[in-house]
Design a protein around this ligand. Structure first.
Ligand SMILES: Nc1ncnc2c1ncn2[C@@H]1O[C@H](COP(=O)(O)OP(=O)(O)O)[C@@H](O)[C@H]1O
Ligand SMILES: [Mg+2]
Length: 141
């Protein structure tokens, strides 16, 4: 199964809607709650990052019997130093974004913890691609 979503940068009122749609899909597929929770957390963080740090983005979700693959592609400033950005607490979020409760600098490290495979590629000035793969079968972990 394949699903596609669009996200608008700066649209904080809709941040999280893709994560909740995917949560519903996973519930309908009877995916183990603990696994589904990890997937939804990492998707939410990736989605919020597009809203907070990029101009626009696309999310592609592919689900088969074994795994879920989520690819978040955005147009934006990109991430110049990915290892630095992965550090807990590192954030370039603006004061306005922080006032809304975002920008704790824990998103990327949360994504790393909660999916089986996280791959980030980025071109400064162009955008970022975040790929997350997670096994759907509890016994495979
Ligand atoms: N999609 C993105 N586009 C550009 N920069 C990003 C993106 N995602 C993350 N970053 C950069 O990585 C930093 C750390 O991200 P994250 O751990 O999610 O923390 P936060 O979003 O709270 O700042 C961000 O502050 C930003 O500088
Ligand atoms: Mg974040």
């Amino acid at each position: 199964m394949q699903y596609k979503f669009k996200i608008a940068g700066g649209d904080f009122s809709n941040a999280g809607t893709v994560a909740s749609s995917v949560k519903k899909i996973l519930r309908q597929l009877n995916i183990d709650h603990a696994i589904s929770k990890r997937i939804v957390i990492s998707l939410y963080e990736g989605e919020v990052n597009v809203v907070a740090h990029a101009y626009s983005g696309n999310i592609d979700v592919e689900i088969n019997n074994e795994k879920i693959k989520i690819v978040i592609t955005d147009k934006g400033p990109g991430i110049p130093d990915i290892p630095k950005a992965m550090e807990e607490g590192f954030s370039t979020a603006s004061p306005q974004v922080r006032e809304m409760g975002f920008g704790a600098g824990m998103g990327l490290s949360n994504m790393k913890k909660n999916c089986d495979l996280l791959n980030i590629t980025s071109e400064p000035g162009i955008g970022t691609v975040v790929e997350m793969i997670t096994n759907l079968k509890s016994d495979a972990r």
